[in-house]
Design a protein around this ligand. Structure first.
Ligand SMILES: [Zn+2]
Ligand SMILES: [Zn+2]
Length: 382
């Protein structure tokens, strides 16, 4: 299958994965994880640049005379959850867990780095991009703001994400939108509190907030084309403390997802407009606090063709299935894809517990294949 003896290296790679799993760290505080990754790469003779977006790392490998360069990206942050797997290598950091398999993504990319350092039969440059803070903090955006592609120019970029429920080691993706954008806004309704018996002296933020929740339900159904997938969810509505007190304020948390940039903009604008005018009609004030949003993840058709040809050539036609529809979840690799064409591909984690659950674990049986995917991509396309 390959020109190197990966089988002999695999036990070391499994050890690396388990070590990463034991030391999960939340986004932007992945200090030990980052140091551990850099040490592995330096041990194998890589040029390693540390400190992009604080904990991000880029390792570079050059061979031959071609000016072409490709980037492979893995994320390495964990989630604020308590692990309940009872594995011998379970989290040793209470309240943190690798529940999205980023320990596995990092290990697959480390495996590829090792393999390509052993067999440099390609011509060009490979940048191995190890990224912090994929979950919620937009580490991909932060690395770009830190000059990722100015310092390490890439013609194409590729990333893998494991996927529970997809057959072990099989691949799936699609050209165009592959994952939704996400935006989150906290809406604070400021009314005027008072006695529950004297509503005429108050501006009741519970009623205002309720009107906003109901009015937002018309956004997707009345403002967005039925051909454009999108979701608006009011996931939290907090107000008040007792039945006979009209509170001063209410706080709503709203998430919005879309596939197309123009739909995303329309939804963001309409949420503010609808909430503002609902509040006005009750004489309440309103404030908005927007979190970092992630754009939709949009795959380049040529990069997808390159990925699919590598998959089917080396792992067989049956190893690939095209996705019918994009994921409604989101992914901050989208920031990299806004700058450089590339492909985000899923690799099956088999019949495992779901992502972001306390029983989840990355499947070690796909480590070799994930590493070989990147390895062959470099050799096939450089
Ligand atoms: Zn996740
Ligand atoms: Zn993830």
């Amino acid at each position: 299958m390959s020109d190197i003896n990966f089988k002999d290296f695999l036990p070391e790679l499994v050890g690396i994965r388990h070590r990463l799993h034991q030391m999960p760290e939340i986004g932007l505080s992945e200090v030990k994880t980052s140091a551990f990754i850099a040490e592995q790469l330096e041990k194998w003779g890589f040029e390693v640049t540390r400190g992009l977006a604080t904990t991000g790392i880029v390792a570079t490998l050059r061979a031959g005379s071609s000016n072409r360069a490709i980037g492979f990206r893995a994320d390495f942050d964990a989630l604020p959850m308590h692990e309940e797997t009872n594995l011998p290598y379970a989290s040793q950091h209470p309240g943190a867990m690798h529940a999205c398999g980023h320990d596995g993504h990092t290990s697959m990319l480390l495996g590829a780095a090792w393999a390509l350092s052993q067999d440099k039969s390609f011509s060009g440059t490979v940048h191995f991009i190890f990224q912090p803070a994929e979950e919620n903090y937009g580490g991909g955006k932060l690395m770009i703001e830190d000059g990722l592609f100015e310092r390490f120019p890439c013609d194409q970029v590729f990333a893998l994400h494991n996927w529970p429920g997809l057959p072990t080691g099989s691949f799936a993706t699609r050209a165009g939108p592959v994952a939704a954008s996400i935006d989150v806004v906290t809406i604070t309704v400021k009314g005027k509190g008072g006695h529950g018996a004297q509503p005429e002296l108050t501006v009741d933020p519970v009623v205002v907030g309720s009107s906003i929740v109901m009015a937002l339900q018309t956004l997707v159904s009345r403002n967005i084309s039925p051909h454009q997938p999108s979701v608006v969810t009011v996931g939290s509505f907090q107000s008040g403390s007792a039945s006979n007190i009209i509170p001063d304020s209410a706080v709503l948390e709203v998430s919005m997802r879309a596939m197309m940039p123009q739909v995303r903009e329309e939804i963001r604008a309409r949420v503010e407009q609808i909430a503002t005018f609902q509040a006005k009609s009750y004489d309440a004030d309103i404030a908005f606090k927007w979190d970092v949003g992630y754009p939709a993840t949009i795959n380049d058709a040529d990069a997808v063709s390159a990925a699919v040809s590598t998959i089917t050539t080396h792992f067989g036609e049956e190893a690939f299935a095209e996705m019918d529809v994009p994921l409604m979840g989101s992914e901050d690799f989208s920031f990299l894809l806004e700058k450089v064409p590339g492909a985000y591909v899923l690799i099956g984690n088999g019949d495992s517990a779901g992502l972001h659950t306390t029983k989840y674990d990355f499947n070690d049986a796909i480590l070799e294949r994930g590493s070989m995917y990147f390895y062959h991509l470099a050799k096939d396309h450089l």
